[in-house]
Design a protein around this ligand. Structure first.
Ligand SMILES: C[S@@+](CC[C@H](N)C(=O)[O-])C[C@H]1O[C@@H](n2cnc3c(N)ncnc32)[C@H](O)[C@@H]1O
Ligand code: SF4
Length: 468
């Protein structure tokens, strides 16, 4: 019998490139539903307070904390993240003063004795912060949110170029034990073209330090579709990275959005970007090499060793998805701090102001620095559950969903289910009277299946990157 959460995990299959060519269209990555592109401007303070109040009623559950540390010393020209480029090291201390203000303002409105189940430092480059400032941030978190679960997952994004042994010691001392390393590509010509000089020895050194300090589940980020990359050069990058034996890999498709990130225009001016076909061949070679090396395709951009918690969660049907991608922790309210960060509590999302001066000014005025957000309707909540089940379990179980959503799933979403006919004809999904299952061949097109349940997928979605 199939339990509501049981996912479909099958042995690795080769990619069907024709299928991907035919169906890969731009769309959200569903790190949230609705995606952040649907957030609306300035929810008023009462709404934010009401959302936080509701989330902190008696018996409120665990919390997850995210800290956006936006600084980078230099700009990588491909970068799509919210960053502040500076060499002024003192910026870190000033930022931390403001982060402390934001944490205290938020803490006044919530039950800070709630257990902390997950902490994540993202960026930007968290290790732009000198080790002492990282220790100060760690102490602040302990002081303001004192009730940390013993197995709290504490992860940090790391740029191996900006890492010292003292950083690793400071991170380990404040409780961090997971790391995600930005590698992107190990080829010197590609690195020159993206303005990111990173000899592979730096990656090896970072791994050695982190492992020696007890870090586990270490992830490496790679990007395919960068200037001057070819199938063969990317194959070498994957080989180099396999030599590090990471526990997980994120193999991102380069998102080219020069209208949002003007620094990316340089790639158009120099006509150095690989075309869609070359990009597909890079993804194919990475997929082939990683699965041959024993990594499991978790879905979207994620691969993990079969014994890694992420792979175990996929097998056991306990995988979750949040703003950082796939995760083993779910059900916690997410409180985020720092410029542009997004919080998710109950039926609402809130995103902070995106520039440093605006974020800082709001805090100086004693206001929570919220810029945009969304209160989810009942229908949004139902669609969120459907899309997350597809993304995490790769299947929809109609009986389980009818119970969870308190509607007759098959009748209510008959049109969406009917719209899967072409995907079924091409072997991407299998429909039975009781379920829809994404096939192993269809896994790279998971978000295309999810998009059939997303009423927001209209012209606006073309702002997103392609599925591959
Ligand atoms: C905050 S960075 C990681 C930490 C650190 N700043 C670094 O670069 O090493 C997050 C990751 O986002 C990915 N990324 C950034 N811009 C991207 C883009 N335009 N398309 C796809 N992935 C991108 C990169 O793989 C990067 O490692
Ligand atoms: S990729 Fe990382 S280091 Fe480079 S600019 Fe973006 S956030 Fe900074």
């Amino acid at each position: 019998m199939i339990t509501p959460n049981e996912p479909t995990v099958s042995p690795p299959v080769s990619l069907d490139l024709d299928l991907i060519r035919k169906h890969s269209i731009p769309g959200p990555r569903y790190t949230s539903y609705p995606p952040a592109t649907q957030f609306v401007a300035a929810p008023d303070c009462r709404e934010i307070d009401a959302a936080v109040d509701e989330d902190n009623r008696a018996g409120a559950g665990p919390i997850s904390l995210y800290f956006h540390l936006p600084f980078c010393e230099t700009r990588c020209w491909f970068c799509g993240c919210t960053t502040v480029i500076t060499k002024r090291r003192l910026a870190a201390g000033d930022y931390l003063d403001d982060l402390a203000r934001e944490m205290r303002l938020t803490a006044e409105r919530m039950d800070t004795s709630r257990p902390v189940t997950q902490i994540h430092f993202g960026g930007g480059t968290p290790t732009f912060f000198p080790p002492d400032e990282l220790r100060r941030l760690g102490a602040l978190i302990r002081e303001i949110f004192p009730n940390r679960e013993t197995d709290c997952e504490f992860s940090v994004e790391i740029d191996p170029r900006r890492l010292t042994l003292e950083h690793v010691e400071a991170l380990a001392a404040i409780g961090a034990h997971r790391a995600s390393l930005g590698v992107q590509d190990t080829n010197p010509a590609v690195q020159l073209a993206i303005h990111r000089h990173q000899p592979h020895s730096l990656n090896e050194r970072a791994f050695a330090w982190l492992r020696a300090h007890g870090f586990r589940s270490i992830n490496v980020d790679l990007i395919f579709g960068l200037p001057l990359q070819t199938r063969d050069s990317f194959a070498h990058t994957v080989d180099d990275v396999l030599g590090l034996a990471p526990d997980r890999l994120s193999v991102f498709s380069y998102a080219h959005v020069p209208w949002i990130k003007p620094a990316q225009k340089i790639f158009d001016d120099r006509a150095q970007l690989p075309d869609a076909e070359q990009k597909l061949s890079m993804f194919a070679v990475a997929h082939e090499k990683l699965t041959a090396a024993g990594y499991l395709d978790i879905g979207l951009d994620h691969f993990a060793k079969p014994e890694d918690e992420l792979a175990v969660a996929l097998r056991e049907g306990t995988l979750h998805r949040n703003f950082q991608g796939y995760s083993t922790r779910g059900g916690a309210a997410l409180y985020s701090f720092g410029v542009s960060s997004i919080s998710s509590t109950g039926d609402s999302y809130r995103q902070n102001l995106k520039t440093l001066p605006e974020w800082r000014a709001a805090l100086a005025a004693g206001r929570l620095p919220t810029e945009r957000g969304l209160r989810l309707s009942d229908e949004d909540l139902r669609r969120r559950e459907i899309i997350m089940r597809l993304m995490c379990d790769r299947r929809l179980d109609f009986a389980a969903l009818s119970r969870a959503l308190r509607v007759d799933f098959r009748t209510r979403y008959a049109a969406e289910l009917a719209s899967l006919a072409d995907l079924e004809a091409d072997g991407i999904v299998v429909r039975t009277p009781d379920s829809v299952r994404v096939t192993p061949l269809g896994t790279p097109l998971l978000r295309v299946v999810a998009m059939r349940f997303d009423p927001h997928v209209t012209a606006g979605a073309l702002q997103h990157s392609r599925t591959i």
